[in-house]
Write a protein that binds this ligand. Structure first.
Ligand code: URA
Ligand code: ZN
Length: 381
């Protein structure tokens, strides 16, 4: 394939390499993988909102039908490279930028984090090496480790041939991404030209979902908690001035920026109407608005499942900053054939076509051209 052929690139696609699966299998509290009596496959239980249902299903009825068990079945789609490639072929995806899924290494003891990160990143690197040109990856940082270990990890992942950035949750070093202690890490990432892929995991406190939340499955934490978490994390970074302190920092926001494209105007209005910020001189003529930051330092994925959301993302950041993604292996097919077509993928691709026109140059850019340029995917050497 020559460099002018349009390519489809999936920048939001996860894996749990076998060593990470073993780590989750060895645990007794979430995140974990557990076998339940009568269930056809072990279950992956990772979301904070699932902790309560895990406790109940352990104590109440171990033989429950799997639809009532917490979490989701761990299929081979989570850890098998050949399955990832099969999925890519099924959906005509030429290149995937794979990343560890949540909750990454957030739960690892500080003394183990450096080595664990190294071996996970090495596994990702090896997988990419097995399908050269088709796979790149966002590495995982040992955020719970000592600062020197963490900074050394940035240098290490930079040296891995297929690494194009790092995936990051919203907890940072435990105090969020507006923590001044993270600024040196952001500086190191920026100076090594490593893009941050910001991805949610923690959602919102479970009380906000009300006493009947368990009846609604994963809908509230995934559809609303995840996007709000991203929105809050980036708003905090913006208010703390992180984007000005590290102007070379480049961030791709999962799920089209949560609700940022829709709420940026409201954030702006609240800032200029805040007497406290005005008094402290934080609202002056030299301030870059959040709209500017969205167009200068932020990129968005196209994982929003609708033309309406996609149009807001395009208006907020620009069509040249938007990149297609699938969120594989989450949201599997609605029928049971996991080897066939996944509707969650088709819906995202259809939204791009509807928003930008079938076969248009802009649609081709969002489906792959932008990612090739932004993440330097033509350089596989
Ligand atoms: N998508 C993810 O990436 N993680 C989840 O936990 C659920 C959906
Ligand atoms: Zn994801």
């Amino acid at each position: 394939m020559d460099s002018t052929t349009p390519r489809v690139v999936d920048i939001h696609t996860h894996m749990y390499p076998p060593a990470y699966v073993q780590l989750l299998e060895s645990r007794n509290s979430i995140p974990l993988i557990r076998k339940f009596a009568g269930a056809e496959a072990p279950r992956l239980i990772i979301l904070p909102a699932e902790a309560e249902s895990l406790d109940k299903s352990t104590s109440e009825n171990p033989g429950k039908p799997s639809s009532h068990l917490p979490g989701r079945p761990v299929t081979t789609h989570y850890s098998s490279l050949s399955q990832k490639l099969h999925f890519m072929d099924t959906h005509k995806i030429d290149i995937s930028v794979i990343s560890l899924a949540n909750p990454w290494l957030d739960f690892i003891a500080p003394e183990d984090a450096g080595e664990t990160a190294k071996s996970i990143n090495q596994e990702f690197s090896n997988m990419c090496g097995e399908a050269p040109g088709r796979l790149f990856f966002f590495a995982t940082l040992p955020l719970t480790a000592l600062p020197e270990t963490l900074l050394a990890a940035v240098g290490y992942v930079r040296s891995l041939k297929y690494c194009r950035g790092v995936i990051l949750g919203t907890s940072g070093l435990g105090k969020g991404l507006d923590d001044p202690a993270l600024v040196p890490v952001f500086r190191a990432l920026a100076s090594n030209k490593l893009t941050v892929f910001l991805h949610p995991h923690y959602g919102l406190p479970s009380e906000v979902w009300g006493p009947r939340a368990a009846e609604y499955g994963h809908v509230l934490p995934l559809a609303l908690g995840f996007p709000m978490e991203t929105t809050i994390a980036v708003a905090r970074m913006y208010l703390a001035g992180v984007f000005d302190q590290v102007p070379e920092l480049r961030m791709v926001l999962a799920h089209s920026g949560g609700t940022l494209p829709f709420l940026a105007g409201r954030i702006e209005s609240c800032i200029v109407h805040d007497g406290h910020l005005v008094k402290e001189g934080k609202v002056g003529p030299s301030r870059r608005t959040i709209w500017q930051v969205l167009k200068e330092q932020i990129f968005l994925d196209a994982v929003v499942y609708s033309e309406v959301g996609l149009k807001a993302a395009i208006d907020a950041s620009g069509v040249d900053r938007l990149m297609f993604g699938t969120d594989h292996p989450f949201f599997p097919p609605l029928n049971t054939d996991e080897q066939g077509e996944w509707e969650s993928v088709t819906w995202n691709a259809e939204s791009v076509r509807k928003a930008l026109g079938e076969g248009s140059e802009a649609a081709r850019a969002v489906m792959g051209g932008n990612a090739v340029e932004i993440l330097m995917l033509h350089e596989d050497d």
